[in-house]
Design a protein around this ligand. Structure first.
Ligand SMILES: [Zn+2]
Length: 78
């Protein structure tokens, strides 16, 4: 699928955007110039396809690793 941005012929990979346009969008969002909701509703980006499962799995894995690290530190300290 082509990147959603007019004039960009790269392949859309993340939220329908190519990596370059996606990075530009992320940078604009970080600068506070724009919000993802606006980009989504104006056709500049797709909604994340696996938002809940992706975030959930990532957060779960992160928590498990943090917990393992904590236990490891506790074991080493004793
Ligand atoms: Zn692009």
């Amino acid at each position: 699928m082509k990147c959603l941005i007019d004039g960009c012929d790269s392949v859309g990979k993340i939220r329908g955007l190519c990596p370059i346009c996606y990075q530009a969008a992320v940078a604009a969002v970080k600068r506070g110039e724009i919000e993802w909701v606006w980009l989504e509703s104006n056709g500049f980006a797709n909604r994340p396809q696996h938002k809940s499962s992706g975030n959930g799995a990532f957060t779960k894995a992160l928590r498990q690793q943090q917990e393992l690290n904590r236990q490891h530190r506790a074991n080493c300290a004793s």
